[in-house]
Design a protein around this ligand. Structure first.
Ligand code: NAG
Ligand code: NAG
Length: 174
């Protein structure tokens, strides 16, 4: 009896993890900007390195990106300031050497280096965060649609059931 309910629990757990992997909003990831090189002025023949990196990743709401750098900084700015490399009034600024930025909403985020002249040399990046359940690259007009809220509610119930199943599995193993 006990072993049967344990294997059922494991099955439910696997199914829950699987559905979690399908809907990344429960499982969030941390991306390392620029992989091992980190956040620095790109070499002259590789000025698009950060946008190339960003366009090869699929960012979901709730994911984070980590910037690692030395004697530099990270700013999150408007599209206009990104285009002009204008660092005078960022929405976000950090110069700690290791900055984690959480992607809180779908749509585009614009990052530039705050160090003088670095943005102009290509140390800037656009991160496009996917809309929930959007498998295409077309972005809807209204980020805060009702579909978005419904999805968030489902994710919460999934999270709760995952915790419940994990707690049950632990008690089952003991
Ligand atoms: C171009 O970049 C690569 C590294 O990506 C480097 O090894 C090479 O020396 C560079 N070439 C020139 C001409 O700068
Ligand atoms: C940067 O933005 C500020 C505020 O909008 C503006 O006053 C300033 O002239 C801009 N600087 C450049 C170089 O565009």
């Amino acid at each position: 009896m006990a072993s049967l309910s344990c294997s059922t629990t494991i099955l439910v757990l696997l199914l829950t993890i699987f559905s979690c992997l399908q809907h990344f909003s429960v499982c969030s990831f941390e991306f390392r900007v620029g992989s091992s090189k980190g956040w620095l002025v790109p070499s002259a023949n590789d000025t698009n390195i950060y946008n190339d990196w960003a366009s090869h990743n699929r960012f979901q709401v709730g994911d984070s990106i980590r910037f690692k750098y030395k004697k530099d900084s990270v700013m999150e700015v408007t599209q206009e300031d990104y285009n002009k490399c204008n660092s005078t009034h960022p929405n976000f600024f950090s110069n700690t050497g290791s900055t984690v930025f959480r992607l809180e909403h779908p749509g585009s985020f614009y990052f530039i280096s705050g160090a003088s002249g670095h943005c102009e040399k290509g140390q800037r990046m656009i991160v496009r965060v996917m809309y929930p359940d959007d498998d295409s690259h077309s972005l809807p007009q209204h980020p805060k649609s009702s579909a978005f809220h419904a999805h968030a509610a489902i994710s919460l119930s999934k999270l709760l059931s995952l915790n419940f199943v994990l707690a049950y599995l632990v008690s089952c193993v003991i």
